[in-house]
Design a protein around this ligand. Structure first.
Ligand SMILES: Cc1cc2nc3c(=O)[nH]c(=O)nc-3n(C[C@H](O)[C@H](O)[C@H](O)COP(=O)(O)OP(=O)(O)OC[C@H]3O[C@@H](n4cnc5c(N)ncnc54)[C@H](O)[C@@H]3O)c2cc1C
Length: 482
């Protein structure tokens, strides 16, 4: 039998790679983790979730200060934002989390951590810094990078991506964001609130293309009311460096060619898997533009080489990467065959209000040919929302023909947290009647989850049929007013 230096080797020290490394080493596997950069944590920690959510909070506080009057407070006219201060706060949050993702911590768990660019030299070995390392099983968890579209002039015009966004040395006066996905929309609102004049260009006819259009449009209207300019259904034709400004030429939804200008251009049109330079062609590991070609157990065409995280091209979220890391551990280390199942994968776009989702929305239900009914409840009927001054948005519940929940979308304050109750309901297959009769604390935003279920049940409970039966059996006398 062939012998290898390690039981398992992992390429990439982000959310997926760290999950596998931590689990494998704690299960007693001799584990090697190789990270290209000189720190662990990946995109989520350094250029993604953590800096973006920290920036969003800062922008939210500034927004509240400017809107103090709405809360019955004396108006505040705060000084302009010093972005270097904001960037310092972002870095300080990253530094705290970084400790938890340190080489030393993984070493304590039993894993060997190496830094540098590794490349496969055969199906079981990689070369790194002039040395070769072999492992029985490999996991490719090298994440993704911003996809760069082929736009005329892009090779001659400076632009930024999420990699530069959080360490700018000053707040840009104006920004054109190309792309209307979650990264672009979250950052558009945050920068706009901090004082940047933001324009978003999106090829499709809605922002956040994966969401139902009615929910995305409600959010769009809120963002427009805050002062962001949108060009939907608009193609970016070219970009040009004009010195202190950049020009972006677009063809808008009506077919008109427009020239827009801004201090910086943010490219946020999606992600592409980091697979270049890994030597995958040399060992015939199959991949395409989306990512690695894998089966439902996350194995590539070489069954001992797995994928997890953004390299799968499936759902590019940190919690998806963690989940996939767990699936790899089960298959590769515990030898318990386990397939991925994304049916109940939640996600959230952290705008204000947030837009969260789990299961099917109307788009996906229609696509899958599933019959459904829709039940909604608005946040303006939730007492806590009113008290908080955050009454925009709604919850939308989709039930199948058997009246089982197949999906929820929530546009509203703390939607990402509110969706967690649905994570439990849907994964635990909890009956809606259980939630309808459960006591939720008052006044909380979470009551909206119970209320939307109540809306569904009240159409049945307070029906003419039930009233008639009660009148018949108990001689109820009916309306007392009008
Ligand atoms: C601006 C932004 C905001 C986001 N916000 C959220 C959010 O709020 N919630 C959420 O769930 N997701 C969010 N995401 C997505 C999330 O960051 C990713 O889905 C997640 O980081 C994927 O984890 P991963 O392990 O696959 O990749 P990563 O975390 O990127 O880790 C991959 C690691 O592999 C390393 N690597 C690359 N090439 C090599 C190589 N050749 N050899 C060795 N190592 C290599 C990289 O340096 C990196 O450290 C956001 C993304 C962006 C860009």
């Amino acid at each position: 039998m062939a012998t290898y230096d390690f039981d398992i080797g992992i390429l990439g020290g982000g959310a997926a790679g760290l999950t596998v490394t931590s689990g494998a080493s704690q299960f007693g596997a001799k584990t090697l983790l190789i990270e290209k950069e000189n720190a662990l944590g990946g995109d989520c920690l350094h250029y993604g979730c953590v800096p973006s959510k920290t920036l969003i909070k800062t922008a939210h506080v500034y927004h509240l200060m400017k809107n103090a009057g709405k809360y019955g407070l004396p108006p505040v006219d705060p000084r302009p934002v010093d972005y270097q201060e904001v960037a310092r706060r972002i870095q300080s949050v990253i530094r705290v989390i970084e400790e938890y993702d340190s080489k030393e911590r993984f070493c304590k768990l039993g894993a060997q951590v190496e830094f540098g660019n590794a490349s496969f030299i055969d199906e079981h070995s990689v070369r790194l810094n002039g040395r070769s390392y072999s492992a029985k099983t490999w996991v490719i968890a090298t994440g993704s990078s911003p996809a760069i579209p082929s736009i005329e002039g892009i090779d001659r015009t400076p632009y930024i991506t999420n990699k530069e966004l959080f360490s700018l040395d000053k707040l840009p006066k104006s920004m054109i964001a190309i792309g209307g996905g979650p990264v672009s929309i979250e950052m558009a609102q945050a920068f706009n609130r901090l004082g940047t004049q933001v324009t978003v260009i999106e090829l499709g006819n809605q922002i956040l293309g994966a969401e139902d259009k009615d929910m995305a449009d409600q959010l769009l209207n809120i963002l427009i009311s805050e002062g962001i300019t949108f060009y939907l259904g608009s193609a970016t034709l070219s970009i040009k460096d004009l010195g202190s400004e950049k020009e972006v030429v677009i063809k808008n939804g009506e077919g008109k060619t427009l020239s827009l200008r801004a201090e910086i251009i943010l490219i946020a049109v999606g992600r592409q898997a980091n697979l270049k330079g890994l030597g995958l062609e040399g060992i015939s590991v199959e991949f395409d533009k989306k990512g690695l070609k894998i089966d439902s157990r996350l194995r590539t065409n070489h069954r001992h080489i797995f994928a997890a995280g953004d390299t799968t091209g499936a759902y590019q979220f940190t919690h998806a990467a963690g989940y996939e890391g767990g699936i790899v551990l089960s298959n590769a280390i515990l030898h318990l065959p386990r397939k991925v199942d994304y049916t109940n994968l939640p996600w959230c776009t952290y705008t204000d209000p947030e837009l969260a989702s789990i299961g099917m929305n109307e788009k996906r239900a229609k696509g899958a040919g599933v019959d459904y009914s829709v039940w909604t409840e608005e946040f303006k009927l939730n007492d806590r929302s009113l008290a908080e001054g955050e009454e925009e948005g709604q919850i939308k519940l989709l039930l199948d023909r058997k009246e089982k929940p197949i999906g929820i979308q929530i546009l509203g304050p703390r939607a990402g947290d509110l969706v967690s109750e649905w994570v439990a309901i849907m994964n635990g297959k909890v009956r809606l009647s259980t939630i309808a009769s459960a006591i939720h604390p008052y006044p909380t935003l979470g009551e909206i989850n119970k209320r939307v279920i109540g809306t569904f049940f009240s159409s049945k409970i307070f029906s003419e049929k039930v009233k008639k039966a009660l009148r018949f059996f108990f001689n109820l006398k009916g309306r007392a007013c009008g």
